[in-house]
Write a protein that binds this ligand. Structure first.
Ligand SMILES: Nc1ncnc2c1ncn2[C@@H]1O[C@H](COP(=O)(O)OP(=O)(O)OP(=O)(O)O)[C@@H](O)[C@H]1O
Length: 255
């Protein structure tokens, strides 16, 4: 199964952000890093795919066009982890996962409990299950949000900066989990600002600039001095280290 994004447009009432976006097919089983500077349209694109913003054009996952699909049917196929986790939710972690699963439907109470526990175990946060969401640290909340997004076993997982509040160990464990989910057949799209994480963990990179596709391809083909200068206005380069991993070096801002 592939995701085919074709002439997609989405944005806000007076601000069209993503215009006429067509992307080469994204294959199931891949981790795709969605890069681009602040305000490039990364969150807008994920929200358009998730049905949280109106969109036109098409985004076909296999035979199913996500655009225009009813919310519940879309949520079954697509797990969305937002960039900002809402405050003031008076639920326990476990209840919040059950609520996410109920929003998808088609799971009875016992199944929902099993799936919620499985998702929390998978992210290694089962001990947080009975804690109130509002009492958690920023990083713990982010891990819960990740568990909510994966609980329904979606074919397409859209993660908006899932590592922004995490310490290095948890950043790596989220990326490793993303790779595992892809190995099990999901397509995982991850918005990242950490270019080192993207270079190290993604199969493919999409770069957005001003709401349009700047580049798409393998990390080594996309992350280079020119892209860093043209997209991020920074002076830097990418190279392979002794272990063969692509690493990114930032030297400073381009004047
Ligand atoms: N609710 C909104 N109403 C109107 N414009 C918005 C709204 N949310 C975002 N925008 C605008 O849409 C554009 C794209 O924003 P978006 O959040 O998609 O960028 P992003 O690439 O995810 O940025 P960042 O890396 O800063 O999170 C920006 O110009 C932003 O100001």
């Amino acid at each position: 199964m592939e995701l085919r994004i074709d002439t997609l447009a989405c944005g806000y009432r007076r601000r069209p952000v993503i215009r006429n976006l067509t992307v080469a097919p994204l294959a199931q089983g891949k981790v795709v890093a969605l890069l681009g500077p602040n305000a490039a349209g990364k969150s807008t694109l994920l929200k358009g795919l998730a049905g949280l913003l109106p969109a036109t054009g098409s985004a076909r996952l296999g035979e199913t066009d996500l655009i225009g699909l009813a919310p519940r049917a879309r949520a079954k196929l697509l797990g969305f982890m937002p960039q900002v986790i809402p405050d003031g939710v008076e639920l326990t972690v476990f209840e919040s996962l059950i609520a996410s699963l109920q929003a998808i439907g088609a799971v009875n109470g016992a199944q929902a409990a099993d799936r919620a526990a499985a998702a929390l175990s998978r992210i290694d946060i089962l001990p947080l299950a009975m804690r109130k969401l509002s009492d958690l640290s920023g990083g713990q909340k982010q891990l819960v949000s990740f568990a909510q997004a994966i609980a329904g076993n979606p074919a397409l997982l859209c993660l908006d900066e899932p590592t922004s509040a995490l310490d290095p160990r948890h950043q790596l464990s989220v990326m490793a989990r993303a790779r595992q989910l892809a190995a099990e057949g999901a397509l995982v799209i991850i918005v990242l600002h950490d270019l080192a994480l993207a270079a190290r963990w993604a199969d493919e990179i999409l770069v957005l600039k001003d709401g349009a596709l700047y580049a798409q391809g393998a990390p080594a083909a996309v992350i280079d001095s020119r892209m860093l200068a043209e997209v991020y206005s920074v002076d830097g380069h990418a190279e392979r280290n002794a272990a063969g991993h692509l690493t990114v070096h930032l030297n400073g801002a381009v004047l």
